[in-house]
Design a protein around this ligand. Sequence first.
Ligand SMILES: Cc1ncc(COP(=O)(O)O)c(C=O)c1O
Length: 425
Amino acid sequence: MKNNLALFGGKKTCNFQVKPFSSIGREELVAASKVIKSGTLSEYLGEKSREFNGGKYVNLFERQCEKYFGVKHAIVVNSWTSGLIAAVGALELNPGDEVIVPCWTMCATATSVLHWNAIPIFADICSEGYNIDIKKIEEKITKRTKAIMVVEMSGWPLDMLKIIKIAKKYKLKVISDNAQSIGSTYKNKYTGVLSDIGGYSLNYHKTIQCGEGGIIITNNNYYAQKMRLIRNHGEAVITNKSKKKLVNILGYNFRMGEIEAAISIQQLKKLKKIIKQKQTWAKILDNYLYDLKGLQIPKFKKGSSSSYYAYPLFYDEEYIGIKKSRIYKALIAEGVPLLSNSMNLLYDLPIYKNKIAYGNKNFPWSKNIYKGKINYGKQNCPQAEKLNKSNYLNFGLTLGNFNDKKIHTIGKAFQKVWKNLNQLN
Ligand SMILES: Cc1ncc(COP(=O)(O)O)c(C=O)c1O
């Protein structure tokens, strides 16, 4: 850090602390207190009963989500990881079925597939939002493929109509992991609503939060019913007679509590305002960064918008001729609160790396299905590798309690580094 400061011969530009972002306030305090005073912190019963689908606030929050996002069903859960597991469960995959997932995402996207004894197949990403490369999806489809799982990283909306077209052609289902893109839009609709199943994370560092939680959305009645069963020990309430198609349910406890639901109701009311704020800050940054050579700022098509969980940048290392790692260090030395400058590509995690597809040990009944079929050691996604090494920079707009002044200063810090590029050579 010192070197970089000396290199540019001045003080670091961003001389301020960035506290973690939080929109939890009085409204949430009052809402949570009300639940505590009522004495009913959760109201589920894992048996056939009125309480099978949860308590007053859980149900209220679900109905509000349905209205807000414009979907038939919202099912709230205790994390989006649980939401993903329930979503994959609803597809009724067989052991060894394949689900295409991007290699560049948080690990839960892919492990939700493993939980059902199916196999995540990693697809490459592109520079647009570091999301799945739609052009590369088809080459991953085999006769075992049952679904495509897409992720909208940093809040960057995907061209879902193209993905749905591919899915229809091959009779596949689409799940979207919108953990980071709550409130983003595509064709003027909220992200997640066009998929067979979508949903959002409410963990503490997301745009809105309740500590830990998730919202699943779907317009499919059958999937909704199935996910409600998976959420709450469904195997205890179904009978072969009453729900013939719903046998083979392996239920969990994915239940959201009443305090979290009451807090989430307040947070949902704040979502539009929070996003507007992030978009204003993104615009300020755009104005500082748009003409810095070799740097591409986020840009969206008409009808699409980002909720800016983060502000991903494309740095053209080849064009500038300075290693991305040098630029990253220089920006950090200027006090720019960048996120880590690289992602863990999923196939490099020990659970996959050099392994024949996971499952044999933990799921002995599937041994014969997996053996020798997929060698993760041989999987690689060249574009993701290159983007990671040479191009990816990311600024966490949702992670800090910024204000306009700080964002202006961050913009100036970028400009200072670019003015001094020759010193980084
Ligand atoms: C892309 C993505 N998928 C899944 C998750 C898991 O969500 P949760 O933490 O709510 O379980 C996250 C959380 O950070 C995420 O970013």
